[in-house]
Design a binder for this molecule. Sequence first.
Ligand code: 13P
Ligand code: SF4
Length: 327
Amino acid sequence: MPELLDFEPQVFPPSADQPTTLTPIQEEVLALKAERKAVLLAHNYQVAAIQQVADYVGDSLGLAYKAAETNAEVILFCGVHFMAETAKIINPDKPVLLPDLEAGCSLSDSCPADRLAAYKNAHPEVYVVAYINCSAGVKALSDVICTSGNAVRIVERVPADRTILFVPDQNLGQWVAGKTGRPMRLWPGSCYAHVLFTVRALEKVKARFPDAPVVAHPECTETVRELADEVCSTELMVKFAQEHPAERIIVVTESGMIHRLRREVPHKTFIAGPTETCACNDCRFMKLNTIEKVRNALRTMQPEVDVPEPVRRAAYEPIRRMLDWSR
Ligand code: 13P
Ligand code: SF4
C-alpha cells in the first residue's frame, strides 16, 4: 500500500499583501473603469489582482448594499453569477457585467426554480427564506433573502406562526436553526467547496498551531463548525481577526479570503484551512474571473447579465425585504 505523505500547511506570514506598483493590465482596468464611469465590486474570494483594483471588496451582504447605493453608470461585478444577478435585480437600468458568465455556483445549482415551485405547490404553507446563493428564479419564489452575514437576524424576523423552508444550503440552514432555536425544513443543497473541509484535516492543522483560533464559514458541515472558535460570514472574519488577541488564525473558507485578511490585518499570520487533498481550497467558479477578463469586460462592455423583467420584479421584493430587515 503506497503511503500518502502529509502536505505542508499553507502559512501566510504578516504582510500587507499589496504590490508596490500595479501591473500594466491593472492600470488599464483603472483607466477603463474611469472612462466607463463603472464601479468594480469584488467578492472576498476573488484573486488578489482583482481585489487590488476594486472599489469595494466584501461579502454578499456588503456587496448587495453597495449595488443598491451606487450611482455609477456601469456595475462590473467580480464574483459569481447569482451575485451579479442580484445587482441587476436592484439596478434594472444599468449594465451589469460579469467577467465570465460561466462563474456559477454549485449551491445555487442545487435548487432549480422548477423544483422549488413544485415543492411550494405541494406545501403552500411554507415561508421561504432563501440564502442569496440562488438564482433569480428561486429568489422570485421566496419570501425573504438572507446572506451568511444576516441570516440569524432575518430568520428572527419571520412571523413565529410560519413554517420556514430554508433554501438552498442545508449547512447554513442548520447553523441558523441552532442559533435561533427556530425549527425549519432544509433544502438538501450544499457548497461543493466548503464541504471539502473535514474534521480530520482540520485537527491536523490545529495540532500544528495549537495557539491559533479557528474561524469557519457556516457553509461548512456541522462537525467542522463544531471545531471552530467562531462561525461567521467572510466580512465578519475580518472583524474577528482584528479583534481576537491571537497572532495566528486558521481560516476555514475559500482561500481568496486570505488576501483580504492580509490587507486588513497585515500584522497577523493566517493559515489556510486544509482539505483532505490540498493545503487550501479555491472555489473553481470564483476563480474563473481573471484580471484579463475584467479588462476585456470593460473594453467590450460584455458579457452582460440579464434577468427577464417579470422574474426581476418578483425577485426584487424579497431582496428589498432583506435590505430593510438587516439595516
Ligand atoms: P459570504 O461572503 O457572504 O460570507 O458568502 C460566502 C460565499 O460562499 C459566497 O459564495
Ligand atoms: Fe458557490 Fe461555494 Fe463557490 Fe460560494 S464558494 S460561489 S457557495 S460554490
